[in-house]
Design a protein around this ligand. Structure first.
Ligand code: ADP
Ligand code: MG
Ligand code: MG
Length: 252
């Protein structure tokens, strides 16, 4: 589904990603972990198509197509969901209206008929139950004044509605309480299918008590320096990252 080959990316002349290789197949959940500042959010941002990054080398192929050539909205239409693609607060636009437009754009692109207001509402109700989100939240302006947990809930709801093929979730290092972790993880678990894949970028070993990843990768200094199964996350929980840094430095 997704192949990242030798990806290098810089911002303001500083190379942050220094040769990332990753292969994600349908049905898999990959966790990307690593110490602060290792480049996790940069990787997620580059996959999202944020413009401030310069890609100096490498490629990203999603379902046979060059992802890096696509504008962020094209990536979404192709079935890539990036949690922080819509983090902005949009006063006056309710989550419901925003999502109806987004969902219908994706459906149109995939050759399905648009959902009218009635059908959209019934799909929404079904997904609301699935991710345990309150209707009140959805009638408020998008993300405006949302708490950290509400933003997360909304993000997972958007994911449920858009039915992406590949979801990339960046759990930024601050502001996530235990409820938010639970929301993200139960959403990811419930939305998992054999046809879809998820990349969870996280600083928290704790998240992986709830989401069981098929693979865990450790990013350090812009490279994936170690990959393993879910046991690797437990080992990191116990031993921290120092041994990873030592291994990486003695290997280079
Ligand atoms: P992580 O998500 O793993 O904590 P980030 O991807 O956020 O790491 O950051 C990786 C590195 O890139 C950090 O050292 C950070 O300081 C640096 N970085 C991020 N943004 C910029 C920027 N605009 N200019 C220079 N360096 C940056
Ligand atoms: Mg960080
Ligand atoms: Mg980060």
């Amino acid at each position: 589904m997704l192949t990242i080959k030798n990806l290098h990316a810089s911002i303001e002349g500083n190379e942050i990603l220094r040769g990332i290789n990753l292969e994600v197949k349908a049905g898999e959940v990959h966790a990307i972990m690593g110490p602060n500042g290792s480049g996790k959010s940069t990787l997620a941002s580059v996959l999202a198509g944020r413009e401030e990054y310069e890609i100096s080398e490498g490629e990203v192929i999603f379902q046979g197509k060059d992802l890096l050539e696509m504008a962020p909205e094209e990536r979404a239409r192709e079935g890539v969901f990036l949690a922080f693609q819509y983090p902005v607060e949009i006063p006056g636009v309710s989550t419901t209206n925003f999502l109806r437009t987004a969902v219908n754009q994706v459906r149109e692109y995939r050759g399905k008929e648009a959902l009218d207001a009635v059908k959209f509402l019934s799909v929404m109700k079904e997904k609301m139950k699935l991710v345990e989100i309150d209707q009140k939240l959805l009638s408020r302006s998008l993300n405006e004044g949302f708490s950290g947990g509400e933003k997360k809930r909304n993000e997972i709801f958007q994911m449920a509605m858009l039915e992406p093929t590949l979801s990339i979730l960046d759990e930024t290092d601050s502001g996530l309480d235990i409820d938010a972790l639970r929301i993200v993880s139960s959403g990811v678990n419930k939305l998992k299918t054999p046809q879809t894949a998820t990349i969870v970028v996280t600083h928290y070993q704790r998240l992986l008590d709830y989401i069981v990843p098929d693979y865990v990768h450790v990013l350090y200094n812009g490279k994936i320096v170690k990959s393993g199964s879910k046991e690797l996350a437990l080992e990191l929980e116990e031993k921290g990252y120092d041994w990873i840094k030592e291994e990486a430095e003695s290997a280079s």
